[in-house]
Design a protein around this ligand. Structure first.
Ligand SMILES: [Zn+2]
Length: 81
């Protein structure tokens, strides 16, 4: 699974609405991809904060920011190989 795919499924993953096979793929990605692990944790915390305020949806602007940051990071780390 690519980081871009992971990030596109992240909201549903955290929401618990993914089917089990896809969920397993995302969990597998998290075991080796530190960047996505960080984004996942950050997003989870953000969602928890919003839930406390009775707002569930992660703002698009924040999601796009996270996605852009992670994809840039992944690309730059790959180019070092
Ligand atoms: Zn990743």
């Amino acid at each position: 699974m690519k980081c871009s795919k992971f990030l596109s499924e992240l909201n549903d993953f955290l929401d618990g609405s993914l089917d089990s096979s896809l969920k397993a793929e995302l969990e597998e990605h998290l075991t080796w991809c530190h960047n996505c692990h960080v984004v996942c944790n950050t997003t989870k915390k953000t969602i928890e904060i919003y839930r406390e305020n009775q707002v569930y949806e992660l703002p698009d602007t924040l999601r796009v920011k996270l996605q852009t940051a992670i994809i840039t990071k992944c690309k730059s780390s790959k180019s070092k190989d």
